[in-house]
Design a protein around this ligand. Structure first.
Ligand SMILES: Cc1cc2nc3c(=O)[nH]c(=O)nc-3n(C[C@H](O)[C@H](O)[C@H](O)COP(=O)(O)OP(=O)(O)OC[C@H]3O[C@@H](n4cnc5c(N)ncnc54)[C@H](O)[C@@H]3O)c2cc1C
Ligand code: SF4
Length: 585
């Protein structure tokens, strides 16, 4: 009898302990990933008073404290900010990314650390740390227009977007005001204006090209690139502890002024100030837990990156913001009796219709005019932007959709290293300005296709026992035709401007290096052909939301991150309203 009582006591104590542990691991909301989109989810939920747990697989990176190279001079880098052959050989994938240099490589995933399976060549560029790729991005930020949201329905590909520009417009304004976006109001239907800080001006040759294009074509525009920099901070930016951008153009190192938008400088510290944020670095989300009895998701399963100990966290709502392809991986790995093929995957389309941006062509030239001008300032926006001009209002080419293009002009100092003694010193000290070099790169829309997909590898696992991701994504005929058109049109445009030595460069860059991978968990009207509804909510599981690139039904030509931010803020607002109404319990 005594033994029985003791056993009962022990069972009760254990049950209490388990309940205490479950309670201390319970939050209102769980956000997976702390990059650009996860940072926004964290900000929105904590500001609205919800206890929010952000789970991040990488290490912590605190604003300023963890930017070790931010104030280094070129000569303070062991290899003058270059890569050694050994590093390149060890990292053939990530070293193809321009940002992978001595000053920022500590923010980028090395090839051997996190392998994946390339069923077709795909350069998967990642940043696994608090802040994700928001520390590294080039900060180009443009809104979508209805030409983009209506694209799939009009041009008959993918599925119709369940939202239109008017649904997102107020959320674009909302995130632009907080993040700080520099740009001009250009009044173009294909590229809606935003709530801008002053733009960074074009230089003399960029402006000349703009004028030639306007007079020659009328519908081809060269505008100041719109970018997430504080050209003139407002009070809301100062309140975040950020200051005016100093035009250092060393952004990929992390900016001590908070001059550009990153989760680390902006959304995460803002969320922390509310007292409602718990941020857990080194927490790899293995899967999302679906409770077959309750018929809903109850939380997530997490592997500690250092100890490999597995634990569970619970919440009423889960936002998945692990970066497009990792979000696909987590959902595919979240199986249950109800969802044997992955969470929300009733139609078998999870992981399919992945798309990206076609960046595989460039063109450069020289310009002999305007030699009285030089470029001795730095432009953090990077120069000009040519919004899409092909097939905008009607189909006019032998390929679908179109491309935007970057455009920049600069002059380099030519240094003469000949001679010895005083002559050499004089030559090196007094370099002469060279000709203007102009260049452009293509940013093409690609068509999402079922055959472009990701899946879980059935035999290979990573260090933490997670299945490796198979990536099977490639260009198609449409991309090839579009690329040829870009070269033809830009050659014509450069010729019209009197540029000389025009040199096209059709490279063999693999998909992925554009770092704009999207899709796999697309939005749509119909649960038979899409995974998410118009609020980024899984059709078949109301308390799970996906608001990173995985949700994208099509890709447009614009840089995508501003749209992820706006979608995230909008979906978080909806989720909070549904919680209050008891529609999500
Ligand atoms: C060099 C470079 C230039 C770029 N330039 C631009 C640009 O000019 N404009 C633009 O719009 N975009 C640009 N991008 C792309 C932009 O960075 C991404 O679109 C954006 O960061 C995506 O945000 P995200 O929240 O989806 O993912 P991320 O910012 O990548 O964040 C995802 C986070 O999730 C974490 N995570 C992944 N798996 C798990 C898991 N299982 N458990 C827990 N955490 C996990 C990751 O560690 C990461 O921190 C650029 C990117 C790079 C690298
Ligand atoms: S250009 Fe602006 S945002 Fe970039 S590092 Fe310099 S001050 Fe910071």
């Amino acid at each position: 009898m005594v033994i029985f009582r003791l056993k009962l006591l022990n069972l009760r104590t254990m049950a209490n302990l388990n309940m205490d542990a479950a309670k201390s691991n319970t939050y209102d909301v769980i956000v997976i990933g702390s990059g650009i989109s996860g940072g926004w989810a964290a900000k929105e939920f904590t500001e609205k008073g919800l206890k929010t747990l952000v789970l991040e697989r990488g290490r912590d990176v605190r604003h300023i404290r963890d930017y070790p190279t931010t104030n280094k001079y070129p000569y303070e880098f062991e290899h003058r900010n270059e890569l050694t052959l050994a590093i390149k050989n060890e990292n053939p994938i990530v070293s193809r990314c321009y940002a992978f240099r001595e000053d920022a490589m500590h923010f980028m995933v090395k090839d051997k650390e996190h392998p994946y399976v390339q069923e077709k060549p795909f350069d998967w560029i990642r940043g696994y740390q608090v802040g994700g790729k928001s520390l590294l991005w080039a900060r180009q930020t443009q809104r979508w227009s209805d030409f983009d949201f209506e694209g799939p329905a009009r041009d008959d590909f993918a599925v119709d977007w369940p939202i239109r520009y008017k649904d997102l417009a107020p959320w674009y304004s909302y995130v632009e005001q907080f993040a700080g976006i520099a740009g001009n109001k250009d009044g173009l239907a294909e590229l809606p204006d935003g709530d801008f800080l002053p733009a960074y001006p074009l230089n003399a040759v960029e402006d000349y090209f703009k004028r030639v294009m306007k007079s020659r074509y009328g519908d081809r525009h060269v505008i100041s690139a719109r970018c997430a920099h504080l050209s003139r901070p407002n009070q809301i930016h100062l309140d975040q502890g950020r200051a005016k951008c100093q035009n250092r153009t060393l952004c990929q190192r992390g900016c001590p002024f908070g001059g550009y938008f990153s989760s680390n400088a902006s959304t995460l510290p803002w969320a922390a100030k509310t007292g409602n944020l718990t941020l857990r670095p080194f927490a790899i989300v293995e899967s999302v837990i679906y409770d077959d009895e309750k018929g809903k998701v109850t939380g997530v399963r997490v592997i500690d990156a250092n100890t490999k100990v597995v634990s569970e966290y619970y919440a009423k709502v889960v936002f998945i913001n692990a970066g497009a392809l990792n979000t696909n991986l987590i959902l595919l790995n979240s199986t249950s009796r109800r969802f044997p093929q992955g969470l929300g995957n009733d139609n078998g389309l999870l992981g399919k219709y992945v798309a990206f941006h076609n960046y595989s062509a460039r063109i450069s030239a020289e310009y002999d005019g305007l030699k009285q001008f030089a470029t001795d300032g730095r432009n953090p926006a990077g120069g000009g932007y040519i919004p899409r001009f092909r097939n905008v209002t009607k189909q006019e080419t032998n390929f679908k959709r179109g491309y935007a293009a970057g455009f920049g002009a600069s002059r380099y100092i030519n240094r003469d290293y000949s001679g010895i003694g005083e002559t050499l010193k004089d030559n090196v000290l007094h370099g002469r300005l060279g000709p203007w070099i102009v260049s452009s790169h293509m940013m093409g829309e690609t068509i999402p296709k079922e055959s472009n997909h990701v899946s879980l590898n059935t035999s290979k696992k990573d260090n933490w026992g997670m299945p490796l991701l198979n990536i099977s994504v490639s260009y198609d005929e449409n991309d090839v035709l579009m690329k040829a058109d870009y070269i033809e049109q830009l050659t014509e445009m450069f010729t019209a401007a009197g540029f000389k030595k025009i040199t096209p460069d059709i490279n063999s860059q693999s998909p992925g290096l554009d770092i704009h991978e999207m899709g796999g968990v697309r939005m749509g009207h119909d649960s038979g052909t899409s995974l998410l509804n118009n609020w980024n909510q899984l059709h078949s599981c109301a308390n799970v939301f996906v608001t990173d690139g995985a949700c994208m039904t099509s890709t447009s030509t614009q840089n995508p991150s501003l749209t992820y931010m706006a979608l995230t803020a909008r979906a978080a607002d909806y989720a909070v309203r549904m919680l209050k109404l008891g529609e999500i319990v």
